[in-house]
Design a protein around this ligand. Sequence first.
Ligand SMILES: Cc1cc2nc3c(=O)[nH]c(=O)nc-3n(C[C@H](O)[C@H](O)[C@H](O)COP(=O)(O)O)c2cc1C
Length: 318
Amino acid sequence: MNNIPPLQTPEDYSLFTIHYSLILAPMAGVSDRAFREVCAAFGAVQTCSEMVSARALVYQDKKSLTLLPRGLGERDYAVQLFGHEPDLLAAAAEKVIALENPDRIDINMGCPTGKIIKNGDGAALMQNPKLAGEIVAAVKKAIGNKKLSVKIRKGFDNGNINAVEIARIAEACGAEQIAVHGRTAKQLYSGLSDSTIIREVKKAVSVPVVANGDIFTPGDAEKLLRYTGADYAMVGRGAMGNPWIFAGREPPELRERVRVALAQITRAAELKGEYIACLEARKHFAWYLRGLRGATRLRDKISRVETLEQLKAIAVEL
Ligand SMILES: Cc1cc2nc3c(=O)[nH]c(=O)nc-3n(C[C@H](O)[C@H](O)[C@H](O)COP(=O)(O)O)c2cc1C
């Protein structure tokens, strides 16, 4: 410890804050193992699987099992479960721990998608605080000393803004970390994320609070952390094609972006096969190239790629 110099300037301080505070958000269809590994390498202090159905897991769905494994270098790795039946969620959590031994289990109480809500899962749980508490208690009992976190929204809709109530219940029932996205489920991704509700949750509970919503630059993260007093900041859309955010940096120039994107897709090919990885490369490259002038032609070329060799050939030409 002795040879670490003290933090001296405000710039030192903000870099320090960023380096130890940024979490990659769970994102279905985005935060697969290959992408999480890249984000962890750039400094994400926690990472989380795509959401996994507790019911599907318990009934041995093969696709769900492929979502569970920890990637290389993921230090504090969560598997996120969704569902609405306490027993089933507890059984799924137990199974996840037996199979993959993640550092934590996360419970999804924020997903606003119609199909999920209709089943009473995701953000629908915010309309049923008693059930939300029962779920947290059942899962905590099942996982013993493994960590348990929950991810919530501001509320279900404008008439039901109850993040503080749900956070208090979750804490009382055994949650050890609470992430709050400052939008209601009804809002989906429209409007701005409300940081004041996150600040209120932070004041109301003593477990670590994670501030989430609309972080697109390291500066956004720092501002949100300062304003809310939250312990961590979670980055979702702002991390797509931009793992540099976890290092507190702006995205670099074209070649470096392509180099990292290619490394990610090569790894994805190892993990899920070349065909699927190349199909998914189209969207990942589009994100990696975002904001660069003249990238349209490159994106067009990549959208026709079917093999890693073709993808590498395009990268070499740059
Ligand atoms: C494509 C996509 C997929 C998502 N999938 C999940 C998910 O599986 N579980 C979850 O809790 N939230 C999910 N979210 C929500 C994000 O974790 C995050 O709360 C939200 O995007 C707000 O953060 P942001 O403004 O940094 O994007 C998803 C968001 C996006 C854009």
